[in-house]
Structures are given as C-alpha cells and as structure tokens.
Design a protein around this ligand. Structure first.
Ligand SMILES: Cc1cc2nc3c(=O)[nH]c(=O)nc-3n(C[C@H](O)[C@H](O)[C@H](O)COP(=O)(O)OP(=O)(O)OC[C@H]3O[C@@H](n4cnc5c(N)ncnc54)[C@H](O)[C@@H]3O)c2cc1C
Length: 453
C-alpha cells in the first residue's frame, strides 16, 4: 500500500466519479479526484438539471392558456430569456459548490485539472505534471456531444451545450435528431414560443421506446405546432444575412435562426492513455467492463457513460457506488441494468419502465397488452385536446408486468413509483388489487381490466 500515493484516483467529477470517490473515502480509502471542467459533470452542468429547469420554464405558457377555462383572466404574459438563463446559472453554480463541499467533507482531494493514464497504476495530472501512483484507477470521464452528420456549414450549428447559454432566444429553430435530447429541446423551444422544426432521419421519434408511445408523442408534437420532418436529414447549413438557410435531404429549404444538432454522443476515451495502458475499448470507443465495472487491466475500473451501458445519471451513480462498495468496502455489488425506469421530459412527458410491446413479444410467447388513451380531467375545462396514454405489458404465462409506458403530465413522477412495483416483480393481479386514487390520471394504471391485445 505504501508504494502508492493514493488508494483510488478518480478521473472525472461527474455523477459516477463523484459518487464513487465519496463512498470509497467513506470506506477509509485515500482518494484523489481530477475534474478538467466544472464539478458535477454533464448532469449538473449541461444535462439533466439545467434542462429540467428549462422544461419547467417552457410549460408555463400552456398553464397560462389553461387557466382561462378555470375562470382566470391572465394578462398577456411576457417571457425574458436572459432572466431564465441567469437564474438557471446561479442554481447550477450553487449545486456545483455543494458537490465540491461534499467531496471535501468526505476527505477526497480535488484536483482541478485534466488527468491522463500513464500505466496501470500511474495517473498524470496535466496542470502540474505530477505523477500520482494509485492502487486503483477509476475512469468516469463520461461522454461528449458530436455533431453528425458533418454536413457543409455544420460549424454554424449549436449543440445542447450551447443551447443552455444562448444570448437570445431564437425566433425559429431547427432541432436535428430523434432521441430524447432532441425531443426535449424541441419541446422546450416550442413552449417558449419559438417556431420549432424537428428533423429526424427515422420514421418516428424515440427509437427503442414502445411504438404506441412513439406514435402518441409524434401526434402530440404535431398538434402543438412543432413541425416534424421525418425520414429526412440535413444536407447543408448556409449562413446568410443574420439567418441560416438549411437544406434537407428531400430538397426542402428552411430559414431559421439556430440549428441545434442532437444526433449523438460518444464516450470520452480519446487521448486518455487507455490504449497505452492496454485497456480494451469497444468499436465506438467505450471502455469494455464486466458486471463489476472492471476493465481487462485489473487495477483500472470504469463507470458511467464512458462504458456506454445505459447512459443515465442514476445508472452512473449506482455503478460508482457499487464499484466503491466492492473494491473498498468489502461488499461486492453489481448493478442490474435490466429494469430501469426513465423519463423523457418532452411536453407531454413520457415515463417508461421495462419492456415495450414489440420487445416483450420477441422474448415472451404469450403477451397481454392493456392500453388506455383518454383526456385528462384537467383538460376538460381548459379545453386542451391532449390525450394521456397508459400501457401495461404483461407476461400472459406468469401474469408478471413486463413493462409500463405512460405519456402525459406527471409521467416521470408516476413511473418512479411504478418502477418499484415492476422491480419487485409485481403481477397484473397486484396492480388490479391496488386501490385506485380518485380522481387522478394514474388510477387508470390499476383499473384497466380488459386486454386490448
Ligand atoms: C442534454 C442532456 C440531458 C440529459 N438529461 C438526463 C436526464 O434527464 N436524466 C438522466 O438520468 N440523464 C440525463 N442525461 C445523461 C446524464 O447527464 C449522464 O448519463 C451522466 O452525466 C453520466 O455521468 P458520468 O459520471 O458517466 O459522466 P459525466 O457526468 O459526463 O462526467 C464526466 C466528467 O469527466 C470530466 N472529464 C473528462 N475527461 C477528463 C479527464 N481526462 N480529466 C479530468 N476530467 C475529465 C468531464 O469534464 C466531466 O465533468 C442528459 C445528458 C445530456 C447531455
């Protein structure tokens, strides 16, 4: 042990790295953590947290409209983007401070620098040139956004990173991509009154989600006035007189003020010294790990987006925690990546856990589907046309609930709780014998009795 300067060197102060460092230090390990940018990583600085704040901001417009049906006369509301961004930045700075304080309190030594691996036990801190000998190295460097396809003029496009810091709210925006980040930002901009076009090469948004949810979101977005260009790609961006002229694969041209690319993220493994240390990488650059987050080099572990397993904050946190318990707490733990409740903060929101219908049919012969599409009670007086979708996928042989999919207000909050039941292996009969909470939208989850397929 005395051959080493520290027991653990963590590279990356994001969701996974911070949790691993704190828990390992709590187990008595001497821990050093290097972060080259701002503490907190993608989620806190340029991901989940600032995004959710913008989502909240974007939903007020609808609330003001809905209020009329309930007797309120709301004067024409005015929105100020710089105020939102200033307040959001202050909150992010507050959270960053908390991350730092918590690490320091836990006894973790923070190094504000890029760090790279020199060999199986050595990390070089670029700012100082110091070589730190570590018994164990944890790579938690996350992922980064890439602008693809690299069409002519791509340099004029922004990504989610820049979207959080725009000086002005554009009047017109084209968002390119069909994954959750593209869908969420399209919803944010549309809610804030921006003329929004969503360009996606696929036939539907949100590949990998249940087909009914994908259809329902497409319809809801079209109804909200988001222009959907599906089966369509970007071929060029041209800057002209203060606006951008974009050309699509079907020959159409659009004039917008901003283009946001949300087509992909890649693991952050470039120039980290991984290849030199003999760490195996997958073809997309992700670090290959086993169930215990071990790489093929016994002293080097990796957690979070850099391993490209399931790229979500709670997953990175769990992986970091399990790693620290296993290696420093003498409590071997691994993460179950099978049942992961998750939300898409589109408006309307999506909450999903477990298998979609198509995946369930592929894996299980006998599948029962329960589905309900209805207008939420709140929409009756407001006159909003939005529909809520709830769908339960059940194994017909065992009655176990394989998946639950919700589109509608509060879906993210609902799915967290449904996730407990599904993780516990609840059956449809368990759902059925659960008393309904009335009047709520969620009661539909325990009152659907007749399978539709
Ligand atoms: C726009 C957006 C919205 C998202 N929304 C959600 C959401 O709603 N819910 C959800 O669960 N997930 C969301 N995510 C995903 C989530 O942010 C990531 O899954 C999570 O942050 C991964 O954590 P991590 O620790 O693996 O990496 P990160 O949080 O990316 O942290 C890695 C850190 O390592 C640092 N680093 C990299 N290389 C080095 C080096 N050589 N030396 C020192 N430091 C280095 C980076 O600066 C970074 O701070 C979102 C992501 C984006 C981009």
């Amino acid at each position: 042990m005395s051959d080493f300067d520290v027991d653990l060197f963590v590279i990356g102060g994001g969701s996974g790295g911070v949790r691993a460092a704190r828990i390992a230090a709590g187990h008595g390990a001497r821990v050093m953590l290097a972060e080259e940018d701002r503490m907190g990583g993608t989620c806190v600085i340029r991901g989940c947290v600032p995004k959710k704040l913008l989502v909240y901001a974007s939903r007020f417009a609808g609330d003001f409209e809905d209020a009329a049906g309930y007797g309120w006369s709301v004067p024409k509301a005015a929105f100020d983007w710089p105020t939102l961004i200033k307040n959001k930045d202050a909150e992010i700075a507050r959270l960053e401070g908390i991350y730092r304080t918590n690490l320091t309190k836990a006894g973790v030594e923070i190094v504000d620098s890029r760090a790279v691996i020199e060999d199986a036990h050595t990390v070089r801190v670029l700012k100082t040139g110091a070589r730190i000998r570590a018994r164990v190295i944890l790579v938690a460097t996350g992922g980064r956004v890439v602008k693809v396809p690299a069409v002519p003029g791509i340099e004029h496009a922004i990504t989610s990173n820049e979207a959080f810091h725009l000086e002005r709210l554009p009047e017109r925006i084209a968002v390119v991509g069909g994954g959750y980040i593209a869908v969420e930002f399209a919803g944010i901009f549309a809610g804030l009154g921006v003329e929004t076009t969503l360009i996606h090469r696929g036939e539907k948004l949100l590949r990998g989600f249940d087909e009914d949810v994908r259809d329902a979101l497409g319809e809801a977005y079209a109804q909200r006035g988001i222009r959907l260009c599906l089966e369509c790609g970007l071929t060029s961006i041209e800057k002209m007189d203060g606006e951008l002229l974009i050309t699509l694969t079907d020959g159409r041209e659009l004039r917008v003020d901003q283009v946001m690319i949300a087509t992909g993220r890649v693991p952050n493994t470039e120039k980290l010294g991984l290849e030199e240390a003999g760490v195996a990488l997958a073809s997309n650059g992700a670090i290959v790990v086993d169930a215990m987050s071990r790489t093929n080099v016994p002293s080097i572990y990796a957690v979070g987006d850099v391993t490209d397993r399931v790229n979500l904050t709670p997953v990175a946190i769990r992986e970091g925690h399990a790693f620290a318990d296993t290696v420093f707490g003498n409590r071997p733990a691994s993460v179950d990546h099978n049942v992961i409740p998750t939300a898409v903060f589109s408006s309307p929101e999506i909450g999903t856990v477990g298998l979609g219908e198509a995946d369930a049919r592929q894996r299980y012969g006998n599948v029962r589907i329960f589905r309900s599409s209805f207008r939420a009670m709140k929409a009756t007086l407001s006159g909003r046309e939005d529909r809520v979708l709830m769908k339960i996928v059940v194994d017909g042989d065992t009655d176990r609930v394989l998946g639950v999919h919700i589109l509608g207000d509060g879906a993210g909050e609902m799915i967290q709780l449904v996730g407990i039941a599904v993780t516990m292996g609840a059956t449809k009969a368990d759902f059925d014998r659960t008393m309904a909470v009335h009047p709520t939208a969620a009661e539909e989850l325990v009152t659907m009795r007749t399978p539709v397929a």
